[in-house]
Design a protein around this ligand. Structure first.
Ligand SMILES: [Cu+2]
Length: 622
């Protein structure tokens, strides 16, 4: 004990001198490399369980000590921060994995090897847990013990806070790890991923942050491999104070459980939602499953631009990164890459009777807060659309299920771009992630100025989807490079009178964001008919921030019926009449059926937060 406490003491002293460091290194920690007197935190892939089973008891000895964390390359940009370790082992980010079966007793000690900070540990307790959560308070240099029966099976987390943290200014969520309880006899061959964040202001403008999945940020996150038809099951732990809408390219996934610090809710088969984006609240957990049925390279990532673009990088990033064809430069942070190998019998789907669509990318005269006015413009007939009519959002693309469609994107900008067909199940090469989508023989290119790219969509599903830029995203997206896709059933006609699309986005990238619906902050009144059913389709494709939509008549919130989420029909049990309130995170779509039953005025309010000025769509019902 004393020696290790002495080590922590030493950390402070010998950051000044490497000579002392060399002498102390072997004493301090024999399993981790030392740099500048600090042990280097290893990236924990959550495949090795912490502690030692003795009968039905897991004996676990944890310590919190200062360590050096390289969230990107090693060597590379780093932070020095308190980190969990198992006693005698290298410190780990995320914290050591606690994974046991139901009925297990955990006998844990936690030693606070920090010199100056009291440690507050939560999550080392039975589940479900009551509120407030039990907290272990451990003064500097001291050790506390806790023994508990793990309780219900599920995905949980434990976390610690060193000293007092002002969450508005700095983030110290590298002190957290997964706590998984398996049912006895259940397979435990899934993967566990924990998101951690460390952040603090560098100066009055810039914020340094390290955002990581299992201890590493893109492109240094683990590369995953699977085969077509594999049953992929992941448990995700958001150990951060930020929300993360987690988006899977190319495939739907089933949400099999959702939880938080205190409890997990496991969904039975009929109540699982099927989504391409699921929003994880701060300190929440998500269990998901999917079976990839097409080969290629696919991403799973947070859809908040600030968590996956250059600003997510701890190291410096510049404009050249944003427009780079290297996916390791134009993306960063909370991104995971999955390569699906083709099955031997796999063949590309037939494309007989393919429809051809031309989509121009234009820049028009500046017309709003955004720095520029960029737009995707659908070509009708043989005449190209004029940049003079450019505006956000891009043209509504009305496509048909099972009608193969080639969309040729013609770039008339002075900069490269790329298009991601969000929520669409398609071939990897057409998925739009420059330098990544595709396979070992070819990777998706950027669309250079004056050049074009043809995305091949086969459209197995009807519903509401999104297309948006996937390059220099923050600037291009908030300047207008996004649009809605409606895929109809074969034989159905699009009726813009009864089928209405509301696309939420930002006008410019400044904060607080300027919310626009269908490109505007003021919407003209629309007419509806009493007793007629309308399909309202909602899309949120801002770079960050969920939106709240509320449909009212006078002081009353009316009701509507959920039809689909991310283009996938909702389970029957969710399709009943419900209060017309919607929270939609970035990268989500949702469809509702609304039948006004009275004449008069209805109002559809959209806002990022209750106190920000809403954008209101008024309906006159006759
Ligand atoms: Cu995020």
């Amino acid at each position: 004990m004393g020696a290790l406490t002495g080590f922590a003491d030493g950390v402070r002293a010998f950051r000044r001198g490497a000579l002392v460091l060399l002498l102390l290194t072997p004493l301090a920690c024999n399993k981790s490399r030392m740099v500048d007197g600090l042990p280097v935190a290893s990236a924990n892939d959550n495949r090795v369980r912490a502690g030692e089973m003795r009968g039905d008891t897991l004996a676990l000895s944890l310590v919190v000590q200062m360590a050096r964390w390289y969230p990107e390359a090693d060597p590379g940009p780093h932070v020095d921060a308190p980190v969990f370790a198992e006693e005698g082992n290298a410190p780990q980010i995320p914290a050591p994995l606690i994974r046991v079966t139901t009925g297990t007793i955990v006998a844990a000690t936690v030693r606070n090897a920090l010199l100056d900070s009291t440690l507050r540990v939560v999550g080392l307790s039975s589940r479900p847990a009551g509120e407030p959560l039990d907290t272990l308070i451990i003064p500097p240099g001291e050790t506390r013990s806790v023994t508990f029966e793990v309780g219900a099976h599920g995905t949980y987390m434990y976390a610690a806070q060193a000293g007092t943290v002002d969450w508005d200014i700095r983030e110290r969520e590298q002190l957290a790890g997964a706590f998984v309880v398996d049912s006895v006899g259940a397979p435990a061959d899934d993967r566990v991923f924990v998101m951690n964040v460390w952040g603090e202001p560098r100066d009055s403008i810039n914020y340094d942050n390290a955002v990581a999945i299992n201890g590493r940020a893109w492109p240094h996150t683990e590369r995953l491999f699977a085969s077509m038809g594999d049953s992929i099951r992941w448990r995700w732990v958001n150990a951060t104070v930020r929300p993360h809408p987690m988006h899977l390219h190319g495939f739907y996934y089933q949400v099999t459980a959702r939880g938080d610090m205190a409890r997990d809710t496991i969904y039975s088969h009929g109540t699982q939602r099927t989504v391409v984006t699921e929003s994880m609240k701060p300190f929440s957990t998500l269990s998901l499953a999917f079976e990839p049925d097409r080969p290629g390279n696919w991403l799973f990532h947070c859809h908040i631009g600030f968590h996956v673009l250059g600003t997510a990088r701890l190291g410096p990033s510049d404009h050249a990164d944003h427009a780079s064809s290297d996916v390791g430069r134009h993306m960063a942070g909370l991104v995971l890459g999955l390569t699906v190998n083709p099955a031997p019998e796999w063949r590309e789907p037939p494309r007989a009777g393919t429809r051809a669509v031309r989509l121009l990318v234009h820049e028009g005269a500046r017309r709003s807060h955004a720095l520029r006015n960029l737009s995707f413009m659908l070509q009708q007939g043989t005449t190209e659309p004029s940049p003079q009519t450019a505006r956000a959002p891009g043209s509504l693309l009305v496509l048909t299920r099972d009608e193969p469609t080639d969309i040729t994107v013609v770039n008339r900008l002075r900069e490269p771009t790329a298009v991601h067909w969000h929520g669409i199940e398609l071939e990897s090469y057409s998925d739009g992630v420059v330098g990544f989508s595709g396979d070992s023989s070819r990777l998706a290119p950027m669309i250079a100025p004056g050049d074009s790219f043809t995305a091949r969509l086969s459209l197995p599903r009807s519903g509401t989807f999104i297309y948006h830029t996937h390059l220099n995203d923050l600037e291009q997206l908030t300047s207008g490079l996004y649009g809605p896709i409606v895929v109809l059933e074969p034989g159905a006609m699009h009726d813009p009178e009864r089928d209405r699309v509301f696309v939420a986005a930002w006008d410019g990238d400044e904060e607080p964001p300027k919310l626009v619906i269908n490109g505007d902050s003021a919407l003209p009144q629309a007419d509806l008919r009493r007793g007629t059913s309308y399909r309202l389709r909602f899309v949120n494709i801002g770079p960050a921030a969920s939106i709240r939509a509320l449909l009212t008549r006078g002081a009353d919130t009316v009701s509507w019926r959920a039809l689909a989420k991310d283009g996938f029909d909702v389970p029957v049990h969710s399709a009943h009449a419900q209060r017309a309130v919607l929270v939609l995170d970035v990268g989500e779509t949702a469809d509702f059926e609304f039948t006004p039953d009275q004449v008069g005025t209805y109002s559809l309010h959209f806002a990022h937060a209750p106190r920000l000025r809403p954008v209101v769509q008024k309906f006159r019902v006759r």
